[in-house]
Design a protein around this ligand. Structure first.
Ligand code: ADP
Length: 619
């Protein structure tokens, strides 16, 4: 059933439903991911620039505030107490300042204020060797130190040195030094209104110093962490602060000769949450589509396959010989059509089968009938044969029985006519006696013929196989017939093949009966002309031909004259007499000897009877 239509249908349907979805998803998701990543990077870039701008502006503002004070013409000349007041005002006004000091031209702290503790005049030290003094003095430029941790507060600070110019020389002759709290910078970047990208994740904007240490971050635990791996100035997707793959952008700020970097980073999972969600949704959707496709495919396959299976079961039933089974054809669809076509086919099949069965029955009946007929025929044949045998037997017996008295009649009539016993009868009586003798002769002839025929028919003709000379036999016939011909004034000619063998084997008397019959007929039906007897031979046959120039035989009679008691017509009978048995004897005897007899004739010109016999020269 692995390759069943049902399985294939289900697989095809699922493939049709799910493959396009997978293709679309597999094309769409990477594209969306790419676009979203680009967009996220743009947002991060913007954010980093904006934040760095704000930090930059903040430092600018601090510088300005410090510079405003530094440019007060009398700052260096007023009393230290007054200087202290000015510096305190600044400290109060701006909480980014941790400490502010005024250094004189020798680098000595003139006045100082601190947010954490009070600075007494005795605390004031010289910073002549410190960079925050030396750099502004020598370069007349603002100086920024590296970020350092305050021992007292533990906060990250950056020290800024602002040169104070001597208006008469235009050169720096004093320095205003301030320690700035990075925690304020932290507040600036920490308070940034989060973009959509950063919603719920404000900790991801932080600041690095020139050595890539974290100097501003909401989480103090990461403070001053070394983040050397961050590729400053490059935006992209990479591992961020916490080692998580992130969408990350940087923007630089220049403070003095210190380069700071603002980093905006968001974990990829968050930045590209929509894409990830779409991905998860796609997987879920694919799963749902798959499940629906499976259910629909199974239902559909069942809908299609079930009726086909039921049709197959019906077909198998019909194949097994149950022709009364029909498929369920209630459906209106193609399967219903199929079932109806199948049913009508089964109807036709059933009808044909019925016709066939009827036909077979008819044939069987005919066979029984025929067998009965054959039996009847065989019985009739046996009966006929028995009858024929009985008839022949009867004829043979009767003929034999009749011959004895007839011979006696004929003999005694002859004796009387020959006047052997006396002459006391008149001419009239003699006439009667002649007619008695001739009629009894005819009757005797008839009986002899009957006897001959019945012998053949009863299968009692026993043919001899004796040697005799065909030439002598022909001569004998000539002697017998020659007298008759002479009496009638018909010429009798005989022609013998010189190649005829001396001796042949066969039944001399049977052959004589055939030929004498033919010669007798020839003389009888010939008034003028001649009768010719020809005896010749071929390799295996010898032929005896009797030809006359008599009345001839009409074509229609040439067949039936060989039948018993058949003559050409009644006129012939009246004129020539005869019984119609002669030719029947000729044909039956010839066939009994394995030969044939044929007749050719032309009405008014004569007839030719040809007998052909096997030539046997040995016994
Ligand atoms: P039958 O001579 O006793 O009548 P056959 O059987 O010998 O009987 O001959 C049948 C008939 O065939 C004859 O009656 C005659 O009409 C015809 N027939 C036979 N031989 C000849 C012949 N040589 N010429 C003409 N008709 C003949």
């Amino acid at each position: 059933m692995r390759n069943s239509i049902r399985t294939r249908l289900i697989v095809t349907f699922i493939a049709l439903a799910v493959i396009p979805l997978i293709v679309v998803i597999s094309i769409a998701i990477p594209q969306t991911l790419n676009t979203e990543t680009q967009q996220a990077l743009v947002v991060q870039d913007t954010l980093a620039s904006r934040e760095s701008g704000q930090v930059d502006a903040f430092f600018q503002d601090l510088e300005n505030q410090l510079q405003i004070i530094s440019r007060q013409g009398d700052l260096l000349t007023v009393t230290p107490a007054q200087q202290q007041i000015v510096l305190s005002g600044l400290l109060v006004h701006q909480n980014a300042f941790e400490r502010i000091f005024l250094l004189n031209s020798q680098g000595q702290e003139q006045a100082g204020v601190s947010r954490s503790f009070a600075i007494a005049s005795s605390d004031l030290v010289s910073r002549a060797q410190a960079d925050e003094y030396k750099v502004p003095i020598s370069s007349n430029q603002i100086y920024y130190s590296s970020v350092h941790v305050d021992e007292t507060t533990g906060e990250s600070l950056i020290t800024v040195g602002i040169p104070i110019e001597d208006f008469s020389t235009g050169k720096a002759n004093a320095v205003l030094v301030a320690d700035l709290r990075f925690v304020v910078v932290q507040d600036i970047i920490g308070n940034t209104e989060p973009s959509d990208l950063l919603r719920g994740n404000q900790n991801n904007i932080y600041m690095l110093d020139s050595t890539n240490r974290v100097v501003a971050h909401s989480d103090p635990s990461v403070s001053l962490r070394d983040l050397r791996f961050i590729p400053v100035g490059k935006s992209g997707v990479q591992n961020g602060l916490r080692g998580i793959s992130s969408v990350l952008a940087t923007s630089e700020i220049q403070l003095g000769d210190q380069t700071f970097t603002v980093v905006a980073e968001t974990p990829v999972s968050q930045a590209l949450a929509s894409v990830y969600n779409t991905g998860i949704l796609s997987v879920v959707l694919t799963g749902v589509v798959l499940a629906i496709a499976v259910i629909i495919a199974v239902l559909l396959a069942n809908e299609i396959i079930k009726p086909i299976l039921s049709l197959a079961v019906t077909a198998q039933g019909i194949q097994a010989g149950n022709f009364s089974q029909r498929a369920n054809a209630n459906r209106k669809d193609e399967i219903g059509q199929l079932a109806r076509a199948f049913n009508s086919m089964t109807d036709q099949l059933q009808q044909s089968l019925k016709g066939l069965q009827d036909h077979v029955q008819d044939l069987e009946n005919a066979r029984v009938e025929r067998e009965k007929l054959i039996k009847d025929l065989q019985a009739a044949k046996r009966l006929a044969e028995e009858n024929s045998r009985l008839k022949s037997e009867f004829l043979s017996t009767m003929s034999h029985e009749l011959r004895t008295p007839l011979n006696a009649i004929e003999g005694f009539t002859g004796i009387i006519l020959n006047r052997i016993g006396g002459t006391d009868f008149n001419a009239k009586a003699e006439g009667y006696l002649v007619r008695i003798r001739s009629n009894s002769k005819r009757l005797l002839q008839l009986i002899n013929d009957f006897l001959d025929l019945s012998r053949v028919e009863a299968g009692r003709l026993e043919l001899a196989n004796q040697p005799f000379s065909p030439i002598h036999l022909a001569k004998r016939w000539q002697d017998e017939i020659g007298i008759l011909a002479e009496k009638k004034g018909v010429q009798f000619v005989i022609s013998l093949d010189p190649t005829l063998p001396e001796t042949v084997y066969g039944d001399e008397e049977a052959i004589s009966k055939v030929i004498l019959n033919l010669l007798g007929n020839a003389i009888k039906f010939t008034e003028h002309g001649q009768v010719a007897l020809t005896v010749d031979r071929t390799d295996s046959l010898w032929g005896i031909t009797v030809e006359d120039s008599g009345i001839g035989i009409p074509p229609h009679a040439r067949e039936f004259i060989f039948e018993e008691f058949r003559q050409v017509d009644q006129t012939s009978k009246r004129k020539y007499g005869g019984t119609g048995l002669g030719l029947a004897i000729v044909q039956k005897y010839t066939r009994a000897m394995g030969g044939t007899v044929q007749v050719k004739s032309e009405l008014g010109k004569g007839s030719t009877f040809s007998v052909s016999l096997p030539l046997k020269t040995t016994a």
